[in-house]
Structure formats: structure tokens, C-alpha cells
Design a protein around this ligand. Structure first.
Ligand SMILES: Cc1ncc(COP(=O)(O)O)c(C=O)c1O
Length: 462
């Protein structure tokens, strides 16, 4: 079958039945293949490459198909379902709006929009005085780009320079791809924005960066200023940082981020964090940037902002958020009443039902467990990264060569045992259960992951 990266020939796999997992058919389920075939035939293949599981229902930390199988979910649908799949508070809020009924209002005011934005502003740090709601994360990072440049123009900068970091990623629309690193992904644009500059990322395996993170930042910054004859006071208006580097859940040393923010403050630049994966409790704090002891000017969020509805947002001060003229920053589906109701219920679930604390507490168990798994497979696992209920396990051999084929096979093997993990297509597997997961299910998921690695390594998969 075309249009996928994983084997689509049904394989008889051992029967699994525990409180949290059940695998009772061949996988992929033979009856699911006609559905997948129709999808591959009619949808752009750019959307494909996923494990061949057809989701029928998802609740809490579990995913169910229509054939009696269910999985522990260590994906949260790529860091979205933070409050749990189909969180009851969110379902109730949606039902209330559906029963009115009220499906869409464009930019007309609604109670849901007022209540959600109020709740956001009340529950986030004081510099966030206004919000702008959008549908996709990439729109939020584009919006921050625009706000940073409008800020630069408003204070008389001669260039709209934005500092970004190698390896970071901010979405798939044009401005977001310019802010992001991956040179291949932006070849389609045909040119590069001459005012977006990328500095090296302080990876934990770069000793120079770890030994003195602040001077690592300043050294490469100075090189950039010299090479390009830039005067930061006149040429830079902002800095965009992915809170941690997504593919590998790699955080910066705090001193590095503090040096970046200090530089930005000295030169009247806005600091924006892309919190798409890090926000809304995922790392054990409301926002991931809070691990760095800094305060940004702009926050770009999506994914876990609603735990399942298409909601993204930008937060900032009144002065910055009101820079665009009336009508010049809006979108047809911005602030849809259903999405706003879901966003507010999501925030309440995170703040009032102990989910962020659960992420912090179970995060300790999670990372200790992963550390132990790493010690068991030193020839395959080069490091584990992450905080709270977010982790990446990096698979490289002792010579530093990527074991991405092994990652694919482990992801598939986990699926066959009743565990879904995030397949990144490169040398990492990401693990991110919904924040409502129980300790017993978390530990069971980790042991399934460990067994899958052991079996793939024993098979000699590279
Ligand atoms: C760090 C980061 N920024 C931006 C985006 C783009 O979000 P969306 O896919 O909702 O446009 C993503 C999505 O994966 C992301 O991980």
C-alpha cells in the first residue's frame, strides 16, 4: 500500500490484556486497511507516514480502535491532549455551546470569548495583558514575527532583525519556516529572509556551550555582528526561542537564556517564546519558559491550549498587542466560541484538577525510569532529555551515528504491544502522556517501551 512509512501487512502479534492495554487482533487490523487505502488515495501524502492505527475513541490517557484494541497513549496526539483526551470539563463546555446552538461568530463578541480571554489574562504573568486567538500554532509564531517587526518600526529601528536558533522549529507557513532552522524545509521558498539570523544552539553534547553557556551565546553573537556589520540597537527588534528544541526535548542551560534575554533588554528587542509543545503544564509548570527564570514579552501557544480543538494564541502587553491597526490582525476562525469554551475548560482542568502538579510529580518517576532504560542500552541510547511529562530518548550508536531505523522499529513494536509513542522520523522517540495519567499506567508504559527496545536490539535492528 502506498503513502506510508510503516509496514501495512497485518501481523499476528501476541495477545495483550491488562487494565490499561488490549491488543486482540492482527496489526494493522485487517478491517482497517480499506479505510487507510481510501485515505492514502484521496489525501495528500504529506499528511501520512504515521503508525497504522485507526482511532475510534480516545479518553483520558487511552486510545481505542473500533476492533477492541486499546493503547496507553504516550503521544497526547503530539502534545495536545494535556488535560486528557475528551476531558469531561471540556466536553461539558462544548455541549453547552452546541446546545445553544452557537457555532461561529467571526469577530462578533461572545460570552465565551470574553470569559476565555479574561481567564487567560488572570492566570498568566502580569506582562500578558492582551491575547490574540488563532487556529494553528504556525499562525501564532507568524503573528509574533509581525509584532516584533511592528515594534521595531515603532521605535525607529532601521532593520527588522530577528535572532533565532539553529535546530529550532516554528511551523510550516512561510514566516514560521524562516524563523525555524531546517534549511531543507524552506528550499521551496526560494530565498531566505535577510533579517532573520540563526545562532548555534547550546546542545548538552557541546562542551563549550555547557562549560559557559552565557559566553557561548555572546561569542557567536559577536561573530554574527562582525560578519554582517550589524548594530543590535538599530538592526534587531526581537528574538524567537523555541522553549526547548522539539525533536529531542532539548532545553537550553538557564544561563544561556538569561544572557539572551539580557541582551534583548539592552537593545530594545522583544523576547518571544514558542511554547507550542512546552505550554499548558506539559513540563510541570504552566509554561516551559518558567524553568529559565526569565519573563518574555510575547508567548506563542497552541496544541495543549485546548487539549483538542484548533486553538492557538499569542499573549503580550497591551502596547505591543495593539500595534497592528484594527482589522489587520484577525482570522476567520479566530476565537470561535466552541474553541474558546474548550480553552477555558482546559485551563480550569489544568489549574484546578492538579494536572500540572501531576506532571511535575510523575515527571520525576518518568525521567528516573528513562534514565534506568538508558543505562541498560548504552550502545543505542545516547541520552534522554525533557522535563515533566515530556521526554525524548535519543538513539545514537557509540560513534554518534543516528539510529533512526531502530526508532521506527521501536515505535512499531510499542504499537503492537499497546503503547503509542511519538515517532519523529529521526534519531529520537518522544514520550508525552496526557497529564492525567496514573502512576501505574505510566510505569506500565515505560516497561512496555523498555521491552520493545530490548526485543528490537536483540533482533539486531539498526
Ligand atoms: C515548536 C512548534 N512551533 C510551531 C508549531 C506549529 O504548530 P501547528 O502545527 O499547530 O501550526 C509546532 C507544531 O508541531 C511546534 O512543535
Amino acid at each position: 500500500m502506498a503513502g506510508h512509512g510503516f509496514n501495512h501487512s497485518p501481523k499476528n502479534v501476541p495477545f495483550v490484556e491488562t487494565e490499561f492495554r488490549r491488543i486482540a487482533t492482527a496489526l494493522p487490523v485487517p478491517e482497517s486497511l480499506p479505510l487507510l487505502e481510501r485515505l492514502y488515495a484521496t489525501e495528500s501524502h504529506a499528511m501520512h507516514g504515521q503508525l497504522p492505527v485507526v482511532w475510534d475513541r480516545a479518553e483520558g490517557f487511552q486510545v481505542f480502535d473500533a476492533w477492541g484494541n486499546f493503547w496507553i497513549d504516550f503521544t497526547s496526539t503530539i502534545f495536545v491532549a494535556n488535560a486528557g483526551h475528551a476531558n469531561p470539563r471540556i466536553l461539558a463546555a462544548l455541549r453547552h455551546v452546541l446546545d445553544k446552538p452557537l457555532l461561529h461568530t467571526y469577530t462578533f463578541a461572545t460570552q465565551e470569548r470574553v470569559d476565555y480571554i479574561d481567564a487567560l489574562i488572570r492566570n498568566t504573568p502580569q506582562q500578558f495583558e492582551k491575547a490574540f486567538l488563532l487556529s494553528a500554532g504556525t499562525e501564532a509564531t507568524e503573528c509574533a514575527l509581525k509584532l516584533m517587526r511592528l515594534h521595531g518600526q515603532s521605535v525607529g529601528k532601521r532593520r527588522g532583525g530577528i535572532l533565532c536558533f539553529e535546530g529550532n522549529w516554528h511551523g510550516r507557513t512561510m514566516g514560521a519556516q524562516m524563523l525555524g532552522w531546517n534549511p531543507k524545509q524552506k528550499e521551496w521558498v526560494g530565498y531566505l529572509d535577510p533579517n532573520i539570523f540563526h545562532l548555534p544552539f547550546p546542545y548538552p553534547w557541546r562542551t563549550e556551550a555547557q562549560d559557559n553557556p552565557a559566553s557561548y551565546f555572546r561569542k557567536y553573537l559577536q561573530q554574527l555582528l562582525d560578519e554582517q556589520q550589524l548594530d543590535p540597537k538599530k538592526d534587531f527588534c526581537g528574538v524567537m526561542m523555541e522553549t526547548f528544541q522539539g525533536w529531542g526535548a532539548v532545553f537550553y542551560p538557564p544561563e544561556f537564556v538569561q544572557a539572551v534575554v539580557e541582551f534583548a533588554r539592552e537593545h530594545d528587542m522583544l523576547v518571544a517564546f514558542d511554547e507550542m509543545q512546552a505550554g499548558f503544564g506539559r513540563t510541570g509548570k504552566l509554561f516551559g519558559y518558567m524553568h529559565y527564570d526569565v519573563e518574555p514579552d510575547l508567548l506563542c501557544c497552541g496544541k495543549g491550549a485546548s487539549s483538542g480543538l484548533p486553538l492557538a494564541l499569542v499573549l503580550g502587553s497591551q502596547k505591543i498587542m495593539d500595534l497592528p491597526d484594527i482589522g489587520s490582525m484577525s482570522s476567520t476562525h479566530s476565537a470561535n466560541p466552541l474553541v474558546c469554551a474548550a480553552g477555558k475548560a482546559n485551563l480550569e482542568a489544568l489549574l484546578e484538577d492538579g494536572l500540572i502538579d501531576n506532571a511535575a510529580e510523575l515527571g520525576e518517576v518518568f525521567h528516573l525510569g528513562l534514565q534506568r532504560i538508558r543505562e541498560r542500552f548504552p550502545a543505542q541510547i545516547s541520552s534522554t532529555q525533557g522535563k515533566g511529562l515530556l521526554a525524548a530518548v535519543l538513539f545514537n550508536d557509540p560513534l554518534g551515528r543516528s539510529l533512526s531505523g531502530l526508532c521506527d522499529r521501536i515505535a512499531e513494536s510499542c504499537m503492537q504491544r499497546g503503547l503509542l509513542v511519538v515517532h519523529t522520523g529521526r534519531e529520537s522517540i518522544k514520550l508525552a502522556p496526557p497529564l492525567c495519567i496514573h502512576k501505574a499506567a505510566l510505569i506500565e508504559g515505560l516497561s512496555v517501551f523498555e521491552q520493545a527496545i530490548a526485543d528490537c536490539v536483540a533482533e539486531g535492528v539498526l
